[in-house]
Design a protein. Structure first.
Length: 438
């Protein structure tokens, strides 16, 4: 093994970019973080603006990065959201709740960046528009960026490695159904949802069943006339939710008509005013030029060894933060440590062939299990295997058992209609206020 200090570009100053910058700095690399906006924190910087194209279909639209809604409170307890060596603890004057509002996460990231002297590494207002390897032998990468205020001027700079940390909650994925173009009501993706007021007294169809779908459904049901949730699950049939005045569940949308009618696959229908697509996001790397070596196919970024390194460009190009349906903070922290140590020469990767066959094995396994390609980076039940694999690579002590218990406990609550108050009643459920139990 050898040890080396490289000049590394990090794209994005959200949670992934900040953690990656810290780890790279710790390992002695020279780091520059490119951040297109004027502040750090990425997703956690609430932006009241919405995009001109509410479904996010127009590639030329003015893009708003964050998908935060005004009322958002975190959906995992703060003990699971803190970094391993920098707990997300209560701060004077902060939001003391176990599930604080989004402002508290931003404050935490700002404190983290200040305490580890990361702010001075960030070039704010620099949007990366091109990342391309210009010399395969010396592993040189050009990173071209344009600066806010002088959009026509491009700056190019050469680096030895690039870590992509640009986030994946900005480019909407929408549900498609016959008639969606002629249906006359308002259609909006959750990316452009901020507050419930626009849905006052409306009949709303909400598509989706993830964490944002549940939050938004609860919130708009307090102002809307009726809310109809369209779900993919095969066992869902038309029903009114118990203990709710105005929420119904249906199967997926079959079609929508010019007269405002929305027909569901279970035969039920409703004349609605609005459809909200809470249907997730697409990975998007408009700046990346790899001659097809890395591509996004049906929302699978690949090929990537363990969701991080493209085998034939490793370790000079890496992606941090792609997995979802997991506690993002821990995954990001472990991945960023791995990247920094591999680049420093302190940890070795398998050969290119071995990494490529590991990726093939994953694809084959998914195929045999009947999993669609777009689930490639969804960890869910595999979350702990993946985390433990990274922990072993990094030679860290095993993760505490309470993490798994707490995560699955929270997951059940996030998408349940039975406990709207779980964030506030958490202290008395699952014994989790008692740290010896967790
Ligand atoms: P981001 O935070 O999106 O940061 C990416 C950064 O890259 C941004 O600052 C962006 O401006 C910058 N960037 C993008 N493109 C470029 C470019 N070309 N050039 C330069 N800079 C660029 N996680 C939890 O743990 N708990 C929660 O409760 C939770 N709730 C969530 C709720 C919502 C609505 C959403 C959308 C996500 C939520 N998450 C939650 C997940 C959250 O996204 C992650 O916790 C984490 O913040 C992701 O960080 P990131 O750095 O990968 O991406």
């Amino acid at each position: 093994m050898y040890e080396q200090s490289l000049k590394v570009a990090v794209i994005g100053a959200g949670m992934a970019g900040l953690l990656t910058a810290r780890e790279l700095k710790r390992e002695g690399h020279r780091v520059i973080v490119f951040e297109k906006s004027i502040s750090l924190g990425g997703t956690w910087v609430y932006d009241p603006r919405v995009e001109t194209n509410a479904l996010g279909l127009d590639p030329a639209r003015q893009i708003v990065h964050s998908s935060m809604y005004r009322s958002l409170r975190v959906n995992l307890p703060r003990r699971l959201m803190g970094f391993l060596d920098y707990p997300f603890s209560l701060k004077e004057g902060g939001d003391p709740r176990e599930f604080p509002g989004h402002e508290e996460v931003l404050r935490y990231l700002e404190d983290f960046a200040r305490d580890f002297r990361l702010v001075e590494l960030i070039r704010f207002g620099h949007e990366v528009v091109r990342v391309e390897q210009v010399n395969e032998v010396s592993h040189e990468w050009v990173v071209e960026s344009r600066t806010r205020g002088s959009e026509s001027e491009m700056e190019g700079e050469v680096f030895e490695a690039v870590a992509v940390c640009n986030g994946h909650h900005t480019e909407p994925r929408i549900a498609e159904f016959p008639g969606m173009d002629i249906w006359p009501g308002m259609q909006v993706h959750s990316h452009n949802y901020r507050t419930p007021e626009p849905f006052q007294n409306q009949i709303v169809v909400l598509i989706g069943n993830g964490p944002s779908a549940h939050d938004i459904l609860r919130e708009i049901s307090s102002v809307a006339k009726e809310v109809h949730q369209a779900l993919r699950a095969s066992d869902v049939h038309f029903k009114k939710l118990e203990n709710r005045n105005n929420i119904w569940q249906h199967s997926v949308i079959k079609c929508a008509n010019e007269d405002g009618k929305v027909v569901f696959q279970d035969g039920s229908f409703v004349y609605a005013d609005a459809i909200i697509h809470c249907t997730g996001f697409k990975y998007h790397f408009p700046f990346l030029r790899t001659n097809g070596i890395v591509s996004v196919d049906d929302n699978c970024v690949g090929p990537l060894y363990k969701h991080v390194f493209p085998p034939c460009l490793a370790p000079w190009l890496s992606f941090v933060g792609l997995p979802y349906r997991a506690a993002p903070t821990l995954i990001i922290e472990l991945q960023s440590r791995w990247v920094a140590k591999v680049l420093a020469g302190k940890l070795a990767l398998p050969s290119e062939e071995e990494m490529a066959s590991s990726v093939e094995e994953l694809y084959q396994h998914m195929k045999e299990s009947g999993l669609p390609k777009h689930h490639t980076h969804q960890l869910q039940q595999n979350k702990f295997d993946y985390e433990n694999w990274l922990v072993t690579q990094l030679r860290l002590p095993p993760l505490e058992e309470w993490r798994e218990e707490m995560y699955f406990h929270a997951l059940k609550k996030i998408t349940s209609h039975d406990d709207d108050e779980y964030r506030d009643t958490w202290d008395v459920i699952g014994g989790c206020k008692d740290t010896t139990a967790c």
